[in-house]
Write a protein that binds this ligand. Structure first.
Ligand SMILES: NC(=O)c1ccc[n+]([C@@H]2O[C@H](COP(=O)([O-])OP(=O)(O)OC[C@H]3O[C@@H](n4cnc5c(N)ncnc54)[C@H](O)[C@@H]3O)[C@@H](O)[C@H]2O)c1
Length: 276
């Protein structure tokens, strides 16, 4: 469905690695809705991922940046502002990585150098993006910034490890910076808390398949897909949500408000019929 919700809007999308990436779906939908944007990812991801294919499809420029490096981020914002001849309207932060998760190191035996990296890549990078953008005055008044998060920031989910801490920090940054950027420039900052989704980052989490099955059983509307998450991002970049800011917005089919569902109970008691 094309209704040009993002006509004349310019942006930066961080984190499209391959077709499964949530940021990839956001780029496709943003393009469909009339936006122009720059794509960015870490240099290593540009070498191994498929971003050039996405760029060709969306007529977008790719600018490499390690999101933990402020100089790199300045280059991305400068590149976007130069390309579009002025300030931009929206930014997507779709970045996450934990070396502890990657190496299957449990939370009570965590490697602290890796922990620093997890927090820097998955949360502090959001602060850096916002601080660089503000310093360069690169986002238009009434612009919109969105980062992707997960319910493990509020509730413990086995296997999510130090990424839970990173997501708690990420959500807090959205509130703290949301006040400052909102007060001074009317720029809104929100996080979307997405269902578990089979992507490269997602499938690195221990027991991820079981988690997807559990949340599917627990959510009255079922898990939200990456495409549905992209649709939600588009509404937040559009002018239809101008007074939404500093929120953590659950996009999870209702999972975060559930305690137990009939479908999940059926797993423990097979005589229990889910429709009772
Ligand atoms: N997949 C899920 O289940 C799920 C659920 C909720 C939230 N999220 C969040 O959605 C976001 C996108 O993840 P995804 O699931 O699409 O997986 P993905 O693996 O496709 O995306 C993660 C991206 O982070 C990028 N990245 C890693 N280190 C970086 C660095 N130093 N600099 C710049 N970019 C870097 C990767 O290259 C990759 O493109 C992440 O924040 C993730 O935590 C994912």
């Amino acid at each position: 469905m094309v209704c040009n919700l993002l006509k004349d809007k310019k942006g930066i999308i961080f984190g499209a690695l391959n077709e499964k990436s949530i940021a990839w779906k956001v780029a496709e939908k943003a393009y469909e809705q009339g936006a122009e944007f720059v794509l960015s990812n870490a240099p290593v991801a540009l070498r191994f991922g498929d971003i050039d294919r996405l760029a060709a499809k969306c007529n977008a420029e790719v600018i490499a940046a390690d999101a933990t490096n402020e100089n790199d981020l300045e280059k991305v914002f400068k590149g976007a502002v130069d390309k579009f001849g002025g300030k931009i309207d929206f930014v997507l932060h779709s970045i996450g990585m934990s070396p502890n998760v990657r190496k299957s190191i449990p939370y009570d035996k965590i490697n602290y150098d890796y922990y620093h990296k997890t927090l820097d890549i998955s949360a502090m990078s959001f602060h850096k993006i916002l601080q660089v953008a503000r310093h360069m005055d690169a986002i238009k008044d009434w612009g919109s910034v969105v980062a992707l998060t997960y319910v493990a920031a509020q509730r413990t989910l086995y296997g999510y490890n130090d990424m839970a801490d990173a997501k708690a920090l990420l959500e807090s940054i959205a509130r703290s910076f949301g006040y400052i950027y909102g007060r001074d420039k009317k720029i809104r900052i929100n996080t979307i808390s997405q269902s578990p989704t089979m992507t490269t980052a997602g499938s690195g989490v221990k027991g991820f398949g079981s988690l997807v099955d559990f949340t599917e059983r627990m959510s009255p509307l079922g898990n939200a897909t990456a495409e549905e998450c992209a649709d939600y991002c588009i509404t937040l970049f559009s002018d239809l949500t101008r007074k939404v800011t500093m929120q953590n917005l659950f996009h999870d089919g209702g999972f975060s408000s559930m305690g137990m569902s009939a479908e999940a109970m059926h797993q423990y008691d097979k005589s229990f019929r889910p429709c009772d």
